[in-house]
Design a protein around this ligand. Structure first.
Ligand code: R5P
Length: 279
């Protein structure tokens, strides 16, 4: 049985269509703003699906309440699929006195859930903070399928070295060349950014990252590629976090922008649901 939380309502129809039995759930708010949750079904094994995008704290508390309710009903095996895991970027202490926020959330979820599945976690090493089985799923296959025809014999690029594995995973599915942007300091005030070891002149390029937030990273990379003679520039990311106006800004700078539906956005054109129902 699948239970759909508020952070996955946009996936509900597709989850149902692809064969999952969707369990009933009532979710509303008390007059003071606290959440009320009531699960209406039960099974020995239950998978709860909900992303924790804005309002992150509310989505996280709701997952704890659903977990508590399902345990109360005697569910033995409880899995949670969190396609977009909020707080994942706060993975280290930068200034003394700060928490490791991703750890705090994973530990809290671990009180209720036996297994955790996420998509393209910002820092996969942080899965070790979840006390049970924790799996990082890749959307590379779905991104590759979506862009295969558009890209032709093009190149897949990561906007920085950190995202190199993501570009490689997509490129390998398509049998294409891949690389990443590298930054070279050319003076104390100037940093040059260019794709490492690959000729992009006259070729289509797909830039792949985990998150697009302000869109600044992608726009900078796209403009550089255009200046270097790239044919078409496509942009893909797993999570469209998108700050105000970012969808429009990135869309104007590239030939096509598409992200997965871990978060509902106007450009969430690549579905991760088939992967969820196969779990
Ligand atoms: C950073 O580490 C992430 O992988 C993304 O590159 C970053 O979040 C993108 O941010 P923005 O869209 O604001 O440039």
């Amino acid at each position: 049985m699948i239970v759909v939380g508020s952070g996955a309502l946009h996936l509900r129809d597709e989850l149902a269509a692809l064969g999952g039995e969707i369990g009933g759930i009532e979710i509303r708010k008390f007059p003071d703003g606290e959440k009320y949750v009531r699960v209406l079904g039960s099974a020995e094994e239950v998978t709860v699906v909900s992303s924790t995008f804005f309002p992150q704290d509310e989505h996280i508390v709701e997952l704890l309440l659903i977990g508590d309710a399902l345990r109360e009903r005697g569910v033995e095996n409880l899995r949670v699929v969190i396609p977009y895991f909020g707080y994942s970027r706060q993975d280290r202490v930068i200034r003394e006195g700060e928490p490791i926020s991703v750890r705090a959330v994973m530990r809290a979820l671990g009180l209720y859930y036996d297994e955790l599945y996420v998509f393209d976690l910002h820092n996969p090493e942080t899965l070790r903070f979840f006390p049970g089985k924790a799996v990082n799923l890749s959307p590379a296959g779905a991104i590759a399928d979506y862009f295969a025809e558009r890209l032709g014999e093009g190149v897949v690029l990561a906007p920085d070295k950190g995202a190199f594995g993501r570009a490689r995973a997509v490129a390998e599915k398509l049998g294409l060349e891949y690389s990443h942007f590298e930054k070279k300091r050319i003076s104390p005030t100037e940093v040059e950014m260019r794709p490492a070891d690959v000729d992009i002149e006259g070729r289509n390029v797909l830039i792949v990252d985990d998150i697009i937030s302000t869109g600044g990273t992608m726009i900078k990379a796209a403009n550089l590629l255009r200046g270097m003679g790239a044919e078409k520039v496509f942009v893909a990311a797993t999570h469209g976090v998108f700050a105000e106006g970012a969808v429009e800004r990135v869309s104007q700078a590239v030939d096509e922008l598409a992200v997965t539906n871990t978060i509902p956005t106007p450009v969430s054109r690549i579905s991760i649901v088939p992967k969820i129902v196969r779990l």
